[in-house]
Unconditional design. Sequence first.
Lengths: 285, 285
Amino acid sequence: MRTYIDCIPCFITQALRAAKAATNDEIVQRRVMNSVAEVIPDLPLEARPPEIAQRVYKIVHELTGNADPYREVKSQANETALSLYPRLKEIVVSSDDPLLVACKMAIAGNSIDLGPQVLHTDLDSIIDSALSVPLVCDDYQQFRAELANCTRLLYLGDNAGEIVFDKLLVEQLLQYNNHIDITFAVREAPIINDAIMDDALAVGLDEVATIVSNGSDAPATILPQCSPEMLEIFNSADLIIAKGQGNYESLSDEDANIVFLLKCKCHVVADLLDVGVGDAVLRKR
Amino acid sequence: MRTYIDCIPCFITQALRAAKAATNDEIVQRRVMNSVAEVIPDLPLEARPPEIAQRVYKIVHELTGNADPYREVKSQANETALSLYPRLKEIVVSSDDPLLVACKMAIAGNSIDLGPQVLHTDLDSIIDSALSVPLVCDDYQQFRAELANCTRLLYLGDNAGEIVFDKLLVEQLLQYNNHIDITFAVREAPIINDAIMDDALAVGLDEVATIVSNGSDAPATILPQCSPEMLEIFNSADLIIAKGQGNYESLSDEDANIVFLLKCKCHVVADLLDVGVGDAVLRKR
């Protein structure tokens, strides 16, 4: 998808939040706001929103000297989600349709996001919403049917903390079809609270999938920025699970066999998907 | 109060909303966003927030050619609120403390705002919240005591629609002390959805108070911008009622006998007042 002028206030809001997380120096924070404001007039609206977000966070990094403002927040999110893992697992395996409930949990886990909205730290309410909120854009039956014949699945991760919920879904994918070879992709370097290799290892995702870096530090999967290895995996996958709004924003126009799992976080994406903000989306491209 | 960098995303959001209300031309909307972004680096944070908002809305006016993007919205808000007036009045006069309930209603009416947040069009829920939400920063008893001895009261209005709720309070002020001479001030020219002379006349505020323009088109009461007539009224008033967050932002540092009535609309003002966003505030300066 392209960028809309409605995205501009969101970039500014994200810059402020990241600048405050990166430094307590108000003069430097102001400098970040000014620099981000200065690039607004040159922003190409034909770019994907995460490409512009990448530019914004690069400014935060350069002016504050802090490459990973949400480092502690991410670590804490992993730990908290891990502590809930046994309970999540029990809910999933004791349900009538563990694969469906694992999908719902994975989508609810996408609430853990510091990009377009503030972090949803109350994991209990995330679990409650996973179980009570119905999926919209519900292509679950088609997804389930394709999984039965899938051999190579690429799972594009999104945020730290959330990846514990993803691990739960990966386990159910393998439970449903133990012939699937699953690769889980993370970002190459810290950006917002997106999961990187360290996060995947911290939550033991390597026990159930092959972990790869996508080669890019965008908060998304921008194919022209991905490594050749990542592109080969992308192109040879039977099915791709893309988690989160950033992956949707970067891949919605790609001609590939993708199922998007996300919590819708803004009215721009809500309008494109014809859903409401906050809705749980499972949409086959 | 001064401006904080936290106000910057809000100015950008307001610019987008106003640009969209002012024109359907997306190129012009983008031009507004760019021009507002361009002034960010030069914004003096020592200025009061409504001074900067005034500059933002001036850009919207100049680039779109539309001096009053919310004209219809304001007119509709006046009409809807007027249609509720008999019911509001009945609730107030039949209560144990009509003056208190009228204060609560007037504060709840401050929800009708297109500045820091979107318009609250559901007047039923405004009335419900007026009756159910307690006042915080509750200086009501002191306010009531001062009213008993007041002869010249200046009431600084805020928004269209809201002024119907203000009329209700003005009536109760006179009911409580019929020796008070009340002057009601409106903005000189359209800005956001702030009430101007036409709005005051449309809802019959002139039946209960003397209406004056403050001489400025800021969404607030910026004394250096006010007319000599307005300043004389301001300086000779025993007591000043300042409605809304804009009037708070512009007058919180003035050495005058002011009671602020407002719905708190952002975390910056919430922190300064030590209240929560959405709280109903009656604060004596």
